[in-house]
Write a protein that binds this ligand. Sequence first.
Ligand code: CDP
Length: 234
Amino acid sequence: MEQPNQAKIIIAIDGHSSCGKSTVAKEIAKKLNYIYIDSGAMYRAVTLFALRNKIAKNEQVDVKALVACLDDITIEFRFNPVTSRNETYLNGDNVEEEIRQLPVSQHVSPVATISEVRERMVALQQEMGKNKGIVMDGRDIGTVVFPQAELKIFMTARPEVRAQRRYDELTAKGQQVSFEEILANVVERDRIDSSREVSPLKQADDALILDNSDINREEQLDWVLQQVQQTTNA
Ligand code: CDP
């Protein structure tokens, strides 16, 4: 279903944590031959820079020091033909694996609330989308990064369903975790993401809601493709 150049659109996918935004975004990008950008990976890369330079530790971030270093941070995505996916590079280093690890997860929330960091990331994201043909997922894509996106999707699922998915993922990796703890973490992250002052997670007025609590991956992909078709034919 490749689109001719002039029909390429911007697809913004926002929503709660652990509801499968990146899975949908990757599948759609592949189907349409669009670029997929994981905006969360960029906040994670800045966080890794802060950790490596001891600007972040013990779940605290020295905001002044990090803001002073922003010019020293270069973030890019490079396509890896072996894995067929974009990988995140920080100052020329492939950090795709490291940014998913616990120290980064523990420090990314405070980093993502720094307005100077957000300004930089948003400018980079807008540059990446200037030729359209892009699917970007995050928290503020349809509201701040691309308020003009042709298709905006706001994804959610019941907290219990999201917690169960995280639980299954982690136990499949052999980790010992408690369902109650994961559920509490899902609820707490919703609260932090939605209540922070800078670019809080909120649904854009013109976003379509996709609640995937009770549908499977194929049904979800079909629904999104239908929305793309309707948008590009409109
Ligand atoms: O793992 P999860 O999908 O919850 O997070 P992520 O997409 O990897 O993003 C990491 C962190 O960056 C989250 O804590 C988000 O709150 C934050 N973020 C953000 O503030 N704005 C975005 N556009 C994307 C992520």
